[in-house]
Design a binder for this molecule. Structure first.
Ligand code: NAP
Ligand code: MG
Length: 501
């Protein structure tokens, strides 16, 4: 049975009755059919959100009441952790370990964190007397209204929680659109919202193509805010579509993050960290450290360690707990990676390991969706070092000094993540301070928590997600000026008027 759309608290088929298949990339087998929403369905979802916001209880409830509902969503998701993890791993090709240890607990933590924000972040701030006493100023934080959340296929479940959680915690109503490759876990999230008793219209789900249903979510005049995670190219398109009615836009886009290994790094730790920073989820992570900048003083030894250890990853069935690397999201993504490998060779980069689809996969797996961990020695000006590949490809680049490393790291249109490996905290923090990027990990990588801000510098995005920073991206600011004297008070008649009115 095909999955359905969720509009105004009802599970419905697409108006056209159309569906599209979703596949398990590990085997190429079809898992399910998914309702294929068109523009009309997106319009119905937006209308439901509009009505729920303008007339429904949700934005009028207290933050504490909303927090209780968000915590209930978190609890339902947590109670189905095993089931949802399996759906996520099967549909996306990400490993079951990733789903169980990152995706599902990450989404639970996200709903709980935004519940805390709804309960504890002040809605009204007394700003005291204005410079024109006895006037008094108050600042109110209020929801935008109707939000659209459009998410990619690499972390489908957790990205959906990053859009739905803060939007509804702040009192907005939202329509979620997952990527077409990975719709199934979003259905599970919306089921949890339904069961938790979130009122009709507050959360809506549209599955279907970005080019039609997605465009409607980004441009419809009744939408107040669009939150998008995906490629920089589509992010630019979202800004254009949203500009017609000057919607608020937050974007989380691509990256080409630098992982800097200083000469005083613990090389054993750094080698493991650089491999983890790049090859986790086959490099299909927006903040992957896909450029390893390595001090020339330790370069040969360190690169030797990387290449030797890259051969130790275990490929296989993503549902097997022993698997490090599953398939990429689809064979088409492997085609993209292959094109970049060829381009790298044409550009003169030196292939140190990998570069092909593996030939030694366990039986029953679809070889066309897998790719070997690949390491190039490259120059930062090459396309493989400048463009986001979104696959298991690492560029290793030598540097001569800390300043040189920062310069190379910043020579990118992106600025999303980054790492520094050093045994000297002061030195590592100085390098981190020089990097023009939204997150830097020192002697670690990929650690994102629901309570701390995440987002991009430069063409990696606009705005921040998570924590109080992310929460406040879903609230606009109203200044209320109150003349507390109850009479003209001397300033109602601004000096520019004659005083006759
Ligand atoms: P994508 O092609 O940009 O798609 C992202 C989402 O946008 C999908 O739901 C897609 O729907 C939809 N979409 C596509 N065209 C659209 C349009 N014209 N109007 C409205 N929506 C549209 O990205 P992807 O290939 O799924 O994901 C990979 C990219 O996401 C990478 O570049 C990666 O760096 C980035 N990413 C960034 C972050 C971050 O936090 N910064 C996190 C994860 C991923 P369809 O699937 O139906 O096309
Ligand atoms: Mg799939």
């Amino acid at each position: 049975m095909a999955t359905q759309l969720y509009i105004n608290g009802e599970w419905v088929d697409a108006k056209s009755g159309e569906t599209f298949p979703t596949f398990a990339p590990s085997t190429g087998e079809q898992i399910d059919d998914v309702a294929k929403a068109g523009r009309e369905d997106a319009q119905a979802a937006i209308q439901a959100a509009r009505t729920a916001f303008d007339e429904g209880p949700w934005p009028r409830m207290s933050g504490k009441e909303r927090a209780e509902k968000l915590r209930a969503v978190a609890e339902i998701i947590n109670s189905r952790s095993a089931e949802i993890s399996e759906i996520e791993a099967r549909d996306s090709g990400g490993t079951i370990r990733k789903a169980m240890f990152a995706d599902v607990p990450g989404a639970v933590g996200t709903f709980n964190t935004f519940a805390d924000c709804a309960e504890n972040e002040p809605d009204v701030i007394d700003r005291g007397e204005s410079p024109f006493p006895p006037a008094k100023s108050t600042v109110r934080r209020e929801p935008f209204g109707v939000c659209s959340g459009i998410v990619p296929w690499n972390f489908p479940f957790i990205m959906a929680s990053w859009k739905v959680g803060p939007a509804i915690a702040a009192g907005n109503c939202v329509t979620l659109k997952p990527a077409s490759f990975t719709s199934l876990s979003a259905v599970e999230m919306v089921k949890a919202c339904d069961e938790a008793g979130i009122p009709p219209g507050v959360v809506n789900l549209i599955t279907g193509p970005g080019g039609s249903a997605g465009e409607e979510l980004a441009q419809h005049p009744s939408v107040d805010k669009v939150a998008f995670t995906g490629s920089t190219e589509v992010g630019r398109r979202i800004m254009q579509l949203a500009s017609g009615t000057v919607k608020k836009v937050t974007l989380e886009l691509g990256g080409k993050s630098a992982n800097i290994v200083l000469d005083d790094a613990d090389l054993d730790l750094a080698a493991a960290g650089v491999l983890w920073g790049t090859f986790f989820h086959n490099g299909q992570v927006c903040e992957s450290g896909t450029r390893a900048l390595v001090s020339r003083k330790i370069y040969d030894e360190f690169v030797g360690m990387l290449v030797e250890r890259a051969g130790k990853f275990v490929y296989g069935d993503p549902l097997d707990m022993g698997t490090d690397l599953g398939p990429l999201v689809a064979p088409s993504q492997v085609d993209t990676v292959e094109r970049y490998v060829k381009l790298g060779l044409d550009e003169g980069a030196k292939l140190l390991c990998g570069g092909e689809r593996p030939s030694d996969l366990p039986a029953g797996l679809d070889q066309s969706a897998f790719f070997q961990p690949t390491i190039f020695e490259a120059d930062n000006s090459m396309k493989i070092a400048q463009e986001e590949i979104f696959g298991p490809v690492l560029c290793v680049i030598p540097f001569d000094s800390d300043d040189d490393a920062v310069k190379i790291a910043n020579d990118s249109i992106y600025g999303l993540g980054g790492g520094v490996w050093s045994t000297n905290s002061e030195r590592a923090n100085a390098v981190a301070a020089g990097m023009r990027t939204g997150t830097v990990w020192i002697n670690d990588y990929h650690m994102i928590t629901p309570t701390q801000p995440f987002g991009g510098y430069k063409q990696s995005g606009i705005g921040r997600e998570l924590g109080d920073y992310g929460y406040n991206e879903y609230r606009q600011i109203k200044h209320v000026w109150e003349n507390t004297a109850g009479d003209r008070g001397g300033y109602l008649h601004f000096a520019a008027l004659s005083g006759n009115i």
